[in-house]
Design a protein around this ligand. Structure first.
Ligand SMILES: *[C@@H]1O[C@H](CO)[C@@H](O)[C@H](O)[C@H]1NC(C)=O
Length: 259
């Protein structure tokens, strides 16, 4: 008995839809795997020190969930105490470059937490401060204050290359470390429709430069030159290097570490 043509068409459409769903779920899980693989790969640098580091009381002076996640991915155990430092009290014009500016912000954020803990007689070993800015054509873009400003930022970034700078400060009982790391990011040309759709997701509003590379914003980016984790909000490689070379060997913690 022949299947009537309409039934055949319906069956064809249904099986095509089922196929699309399977492909979508494969794409989804493979990007999860990619994410997991990136995270696993990044946990190796501190491996020889992780046992000693985990004997220390470490504080992350930042409320960014991305930073927490990245630092956890390298095996660090820490407590989050967001800084109350007012970033608008530091003017970029006083610095000779953006790197100095953003590492000063990171330092001030960490110092505010350090002062507060000292007042409360709470003893910690390391305090990590960080701040990320986006710089394009002599302009610094922080977090957009509303959707209108997010649109302005994304329009500036569209079709251009900008710099992402993260400043990091590591305060310890011995030697402190502060540095910045820079990554160049090139955006595709974005139509007003794409910008509007992206803003509607809500993702741009809590992020410097009004985008997140690790989220839906990933598809807006054509090219990254430098540490991609820096664009997420924390330069893992440079952090590990500075921690191992600048802080650990000169810290009063040394005797603690050797116990
Ligand atoms: C960023 O960090 C990486 C890894 O430590 C380093 O090789 C690179 O030179 C740094 N880049 C800048 C611009 O600071």
């Amino acid at each position: 008995m022949a299947i009537c043509p309409i039934k055949a068409i319906v069956i064809a459409i249904l099986s095509a839809l089922a196929h699309i769903q399977i492909v979508q779920s494969r794409i989804h899980s493979s990007s999860d795997h990619l994410h997991q693989a990136l995270i696993r790969k990044s946990s190796i640098m501190l491996e020889p020190y992780i046992h000693q580091l985990n004997n220390l009381k470490i504080v992350l002076a930042s409320s960014s969930p991305r930073r927490s996640q990245l630092l956890k991915s390298i095996g660090l155990k820490f407590e989050v105490i967001p800084s109350n430092f007012d970033e608008s009290s530091v003017s970029v014009s006083k610095f000779k470059n953006y790197g100095d500016f953003v590492s000063e912000l990171a330092y001030k954020k960490a110092m505010e937490v350090s002062d507060r803990l000292r007042e409360e007689n709470i003893d910690v070993d390391l305090i990590i401060g960080a701040d990320t800015i986006v710089a394009i054509n002599e302009m610094v873009l922080g977090k957009p204050k509303d959707e209108e400003e997010a649109k302005e930022f994304l329009t500036k970034l569209s079709g251009n290359t900008h710099s992402v700078l993260t400043g990091v400060a590591i305060l310890s009982k011995g030697r402190n470390s502060r540095f910045s790391n820079q990554t160049e990011v090139t955006f595709s040309k974005l139509t007003p429709e794409v910008i509007a759709a992206y803003i509607k997701t809500g993702e741009p509003l809590d992020k410097a430069g009004a985008y997140g590379i690790q989220g839906k914003g990933g598809s807006l980016i054509e090219k990254v030159s430098g540490d991609p984790f820096n664009v997420v909000g924390f330069p893992l490689s440079a952090f590990c290097t500075h921690l191992i070379q600048d802080v650990l060997p000169h810290d009063n913690l040394k005797h603690v570490l050797n116990n």
